[in-house]
Each structure stands twice: as C-alpha cells, then as structure tokens.
Design a protein around this ligand. Structure first.
Ligand SMILES: Nc1nc2c(ncn2[C@@H]2O[C@H](COP(=O)(O)OP(=O)(O)O)[C@@H](O)[C@H]2O)c(=O)[nH]1
Ligand SMILES: [Mg+2]
Length: 161
C-alpha cells in the first residue's frame, strides 16, 4: 500500500508513531521509504508493506514510474488539518493514485488533529463521501485513530479477496 500526500503533512510521523519511535526531527522523505507494519484485523494478522512516497512535486516522475512498477493494493491519502493547501492538493494525489491503482481502496486521513484545524470536518467528510473514501482524523502526536485507519483498510482488503 502507499501513503501519499503533501510534504510535512505527517506521513512519516504516522508510520514512526506506530512503531513507537519519536516523531520529532523528521527531515522529509527523499524519494521512497518502505516500512512494514502488522495489525490484527478481526482474528487475522495482516502485514502491510507501506511505501512512504515523497509528496514533493520534484519527485512526480519518480512517483509515476514507481506506481507503474508496483501493483498497489491502494492506500492512504494524507492531508494536514492545519493546512488548507495540503487539503486542496489531495486532488493531485488522488489523480495519481487513480491512474496507478484504479479501483483500489483509498482512505483519506486528516492528520495533526491535536493542533488547531483550518479544514473543517464537514468539508473533509463531504470530499471523502464524494469520492467514496472512508475518512479518519488522525494525530501522529497522540496516535489517535492510527490503528483504526489501518484496521479499516485491512478489512476492506480482506473483503475484496
Ligand atoms: N503536532 C503534530 N505534529 C505532527 C503530526 N504529524 C507530523 N507532525 C510533525 O510535522 C512535521 C512533518 O512530519 P513528517 O512526518 O516528516 O511529514 P511527511 O513529509 O508527510 O512525511 C514533523 O515536524 C512532525 O513532527 C501530528 O499529528 N501532530
Ligand atoms: Mg516523509
């Protein structure tokens, strides 16, 4: 699966928080990182290989190439609830993901829920519903909804099998 979205929205922090690592002193992902996490989905242990892609437009061609080479099971599109721009830019990442993994499940995450938001829950939910994405508001700082998002994604994958 992929985790994708603007730089600084907290993609790497989400993965690090779930590994019990600290989320400070992150310097941005250059290119691509791979991370493996296991969750209990129902009574099955599901292992996720998560490609943490750089949201930097500089890497647009690399990301496209990468998407073409890897048959993704879908993934997370992440924006930052404190950044209007990161929410607007979700459309760009959505198009990329659609092209790369047509018909695959996507979950929308509004991250940094612990901070003061500028994107309302209503507008994020309305966008998510329009595109048929489940939506979670998360925080890498408090770990709110992180496990829930992965377990929901796992359930969708298992249902599809
Ligand atoms: N308060 C708060 N800070 C966060 C959260 N998620 C990420 N950050 C901070 O936001 C910055 C960017 O995070 P990072 O994971 O590198 O973003 P990425 O470019 O999407 O991988 C870092 O300084 C993180 O510590 C969150 O949920 N809450
Ligand atoms: Mg990163």
């Amino acid at each position: 699966m992929f985790i994708f979205g603007d730089p600084f929205v907290g993609k790497t922090a989400i993965l690090r928080a779930l590994q019990g690592l600290n989320i400070e002193e992150l310097f941005g992902t250059m290119g691509v990182d791979l991370c493996t996490l296991t969750f209990l989905v129902g009574d099955e242990e599901v292992m996720f290989n998560i490609w943490d892609l750089s949201g930097n437009r500089k890497f647009h061609d690399l990301n496209l190439l990468f998407f073409k080479k890897h048959p993704f099971d879908g993934g997370f599109l992440v924006f930052d609830l404190t950044s209007r721009r990161s929410f607007t830019n979700i459309s760009y990442f959505m198009e990329l993901a659609k092209k790369a993994s047509p018909g695959r499940p996507v979950i929308l995450l509004g991250n940094k829920r612990d901070l003061e938001r500028v994107v309302s829950k209503e507008e994020a939910l309305s966008f998510a519903q329009e595109h048929d994405f489940p939506y979670f508001e998360t925080s890498a700082a408090t770990k709110e909804n992180l496990t829930e998002a992965f377990v929901t994604f796992g359930k969708i994958l298992l249902e599809k099998q």
